[in-house]
Ligand binder design. Structure first.
Ligand code: GDP
Ligand code: MN
Length: 343
């Protein structure tokens, strides 16, 4: 067998026979797969679906939930429906979940977009990207159709899973009291969040009781200075997330989100939902409530995570190049993660 993997051009000339996959349990968790996307993303959505169905969901049958601020077309619904045997639902978001808050000054916004474009800040000139980041920071978990669920798995267009997943990660989350699961930890571009850390520091100074006792400050601060130190920009890459929605719905998280929202940095800067989720998870949860899904092979352009152990490869469970795994990249935050977990 010769197999070419599109994103890294490696060749594997021999594939050992696949292990018999463990049977999916009859019990399904109260969980759903969530995709926020546009009609135009169809092609990349289908490849994400195919990958997750093939590697996991065809045996577990979790429902899919698609979110969009405009209605999905029939073509989109038909094509995605053909990719799964599971229940699939489409939600058009309410205007208040997506639209620009009236408190945002349009002149100042236009100025920000212009300056950030000139400074080549990634997505710096985009209003829709900002609306998306704010939605993912403060609204997705409150979408009425999502309220019935406890857990969610965020799926983006154009991702890929490199490995068979032969257990239910939602069950794992529940049985181990996990609130937030990630695969890749990476540094943020500093020019997208000039004052996010300042405001976060202010928030926890005013609300010290919200700081978890066994928090992950060592993951986000390099010099042992705690909240008074400098944010090292490490965060969980939120295009993949398996999380307990009740964490985001908690008074503590909502208070943090509302505080950040009132500082308007989603618009006058370009705060991403990844650092917002990550700072909240690192500071408001105990370490034991976070989980690194090291065994999940995952690709979101331009980075892959590939499990490093032998077994995952000799068994044929995974097909990816370990040498190119993001953990080996200087921008990765795995050192900080391991340091955090060892303290
Ligand atoms: P990146 O991963 O940071 O490069 O950003 P993406 O372009 O992948 O956007 C993140 C997620 O939000 C993806 O699931 C996109 O499909 C979705 N998304 C981004 N912008 C919009 C938008 O304007 N409308 C909708 N409905 N989804 C969006
Ligand atoms: Mn993406």
């Amino acid at each position: 067998l010769v197999y070419t993997s599109k994103e890294d051009n490696i060749y594997t000339t021999y594939l050992p026979p696949k292990k018999e996959l463990t049977k999916a349990g009859t019990h399904r968790e109260n969980a759903t797969l969530v995709v926020l996307c546009r009609n135009d993303d169809l092609e990349d959505v289908l490849s994400s679906m195919q990958s997750l169905e093939d590697r996991f969901n065809k045996r577990y049958h979790y429902p899919w939930l698609f979110l969009n601020e405009v209605p999905f077309t029939n073509a989109f619904k038909n094509a995605t429906g053909r990719m799964t045997d599971s229940k699939i639902e489409f939600v058009t978001l309410a205007p208040e979940e997506w639209e620009l808050p009236t408190s945002i000054d349009l002149t100042q916004l236009a100025h920000t977009l212009r300056v950030m474009t000139e400074n080549q800040v990634i997505y710096g000139g985009s209003l829709s990207y900002r609306l998306m980041c704010r939605f993912n920071s403060g609204f997705f978990f409150r979408v009425p159709k999502l309220l019935q669920y406890d857990y969610y798995w965020r799926v983006e267009p154009g991702i890929k899973f490199h490995c068979d997943l032969d257990y239910d990660p939602f069950t794992f989350m529940r049985e181990h009291d996990k609130m937030y699961g990630f695969v890749i930890a990476i540094r943020e571009f500093p020019n997208t969040i000039p004052t996010l850390w300042h405001h976060t520091h202010e928030f926890f100074r005013k609300n010290p009781e919200l700081l978890a006792r066994d928090n992950s400050l060592p993951f986000i601060e390099d010099y042992g200075m705690g909240l008074d130190g400098m944010y090292n920009l490490c965060h969980f890459w939120s295009n993949f997330e398996i999380a307990n929605l009740n964490f985001f719905r908690s008074d503590a998280y909502m208070k943090y989100f509302n505080y950040l929202d009132s500082q308007k940095g989603f618009f006058y800067e370009r705060w991403g939902d990844a650092p917002v989720h990550s700072l909240a998870a690192a500071l408001m949860l105990n370490k034991s409530q976070l989980h690194y899904f090291e065994d999940m092979g995952y690709f979101h352009p331009p980075w892959s995570h590939c499990p490093l152990d032998e077994e995952s490869h000799t068994s044929g469970r995974c097909l990816c190049n370990r040498d190119r795994s993001f953990a080996n990249n200087p921008y990765s935050c795995f050192e900080q993660w391991h340091r955090n977990m060892q303290i």
